[in-house]
Ligand binder design. Structure first.
Ligand code: ADP
Ligand code: LRH
Length: 497
């Protein structure tokens, strides 16, 4: 890479990477420097993130990046981190991370949403936050920590969301970036400030919740101990949209920014599928509450009105279950077997609560078949196909809801993220939704992270300009709908599940 180089640390729930990005001749160029696995660790009853392992991989990746960029014609000018939403860690007054960082699938959270709703009504929580009700939300995880007498909860002077924790490790600064804060269900989407009503109602200390930092803001420089380890001396840390989905949405290669009547929507497809539109302002309406959509914070004051859908998690966990049984198919082999399998053998709702954190995904799907009066999948191909069809069917219903919510007709679905490489799923989505699908870029999140650092450092001037650069730089694949009628009957059955 040549010229000013921005380093994006991008952590997803299944893998992380350090990617270097620069703009050269009207194109964004990326170099993947380091990629590593990420998976939660089960210890006793708990499900935790391996934050130390992640930090080790991040610092290793940054060292490699500094060496590679330094050996070429580039110069590292900033670094920023994005991660998944909702999770957090606690810091104490001695500037130490206390207690483990829990995974949102931790069983300790089960039932906490119900407890919360006993204290504050669903209507009131929605009116304050505009968020989809999910047990994984920070609000319910904090309640779990409070109820458990968690040592971190009791001794904390700060709470930092996952990406903010890594920004703190890099720079020593404690900040909370707005897009990730918006996944907490404690932030107002209208004012962008914390809901004092909810903080008080749940007795969460107000001092943990400083004014959120906006994406694109320089938050410090790489601190000397980290610079010594990585070679990144005096490099600014610029907060991207630290919620991975917000970064991914920024890099959707569509025309325009936050239209009031969108004619395109996105699916950020990875461990989760986040399907929605980008709007100029939130929709905290009765219909939104009824359809259980979320108003998350996007870049430059936009709103991401979307649905959190349990995404390729099921596909990933089927593979993990097969690995435990001694076979290790690649993604391509799984997709090929799914393609060859008969259609609509079993309908799986990716949001069935039993699939959130089962001990073994294959066993769980088989017992789900029994519970829903369906035939147990007879082979792996059927299992894989059912997981993908379930997603496409969920997208179809979600699209209908999105059009109702926005009173607009959506004609293009942009699929970004790892799932955009799954050609079968992309075609199923086009067919089930009867819409054109444009797939790519794959590394949408890292690209959005780099783009926001470019905006923050003045190299780009608007989201429009960033999207134009992205459109010029990364190829996409178009899937045209066909055979949509065959999805009608399964869609009707799916809606009854
Ligand atoms: P996350 O950010 O949640 O970790 P990613 O956006 O990295 O997720 O997407 C990972 C998923 O992408 C994998 O679980 C897999 O299902 C899918 N994927 C990745 N590569 C391929 C491929 N070559 N073919 C089909 N699917 C793929
Ligand atoms: C996707 C994601 C999603 C949710 C979930 C916890 O990676 O960030 O938007 O917040 O993870």
């Amino acid at each position: 890479l040549r010229g000013p180089v921005h380093l994006a640390v991008d952590l997803g729930a299944s893998s992380g990477r350090v990617i270097a990005g620069a703009s050269d001749g009207g194109q964004m160029r990326l170099a993947e420097v380091w990629r590593f696995e990420n998976k939660p660790v089960r210890m006793q009853k708990d499900l935790l993130w391996n934050h130390l392992g992640l930090w080790q991989d991040i610092s290793h990746g940054l060292r490699l990046a500094a060496d590679q960029v330094g050996a070429g014609a580039g110069e590292v000018v900033s670094v920023g981190v994005d991660t998944w939403g909702v999770d957090f860690g606690f810091l104490d007054d001695k500037d130490q991370l206390i207690s483990p960082v829990r995974c949102y699938r931790d069983p300790r959270n089960l039932g906490r949403m119900q407890d919360a709703l006993q204290r504050v009504s669903r209507e009131e929580i929605f009116a304050e936050t505009g968020l989809q009700f999910m047990e994984i939300n920070t609000l319910y995880q904090l309640l779990a920590a409070q109820q458990a007498g968690d040592v971190g909860y009791q001794n904390a002077t700060s709470l930092l969301m996952m990406a903010d924790l890594f920004h703190w490790m890099l720079s020593g600064e404690r900040t909370i970036e707005a897009s990730n804060a918006s996944t907490s269900q404690l932030l107002s989407p209208v004012t962008g400030t914390w809901s004092t009503k909810l903080l008080e109602a749940f007795n969460f200390p107000a001092k943990w919740f400083p004014t959120p930092t906006q994406a694109g803001t320089p938050i410090g420089v790489v601190q000397s101990s980290v610079a010594a380890m990585t070679g990144l001396h005096d490099v600014p840390v610029i907060a991207p949209a630290t919620h991975d989905t917000a970064s991914a949405v920024l890099s959707v290669p569509a025309e325009g920014f936050a239209p009031a009547r969108p004619d395109w929507c996105y699916i950020s497809s990875g461990t989760w599928s986040l399907m929605g539109v980008e709007l100029p302002s939130p929709k905290v309406t009765n219909l939104c509450a009824e359809l259980n959509f979320t108003n998350e914070g996007g870049v430059h004051g936009s709103t991401r009105l979307l649905k959190n859908i349990g995404g390729l998690w099921i596909f990933q966990q089927i593979r993990a279950a097969l690995q435990r049984r001694g076979s290790a198919p690649s993604w391509a082999e799984m997709v090929e077997a799914a393609e060859a399998a008969p259609a609509f053998s079993m309908l799986i709702n990716p949001d069935d609560p039993s699939l959130l954190a089962p001990t073994d995904m294959i066993d769980e799907i088989c017992s789900l078949a029994g519970r829903t009066g369906q035939k147990v999948p007879m082979d792996n191909g059927v299992l894989f196909r059912s997981a993908l069809e379930g997603l496409a069917l969920r997208y179809r219903l979600t699209l209908e809801s999105l059009e109702r919510l926005t009173e607009s007709s959506i004609n293009t679905i942009h699929i970004v993220g790892g799932g955009s490489l799954n050609a079968l799923l992309c075609q199923m989505t086009a067919d089930a939704c009867n819409r054109t699908v444009v797939a790519g870029p794959v590394e949408a999140t890292a690209i959005g992270n780099v783009a926001m650092q470019m905006i923050g450092s003045g190299r780009l001037h608007s989201i429009d300009e960033a999207r134009q650069l992205i459109r010029n730089s990364f190829p996409t694949q178009t899937y045209t709908p066909g055979n949509s009628g065959v999805w009608d009957e399964p869609a009707a059955r799916f809606a009854e599940l």
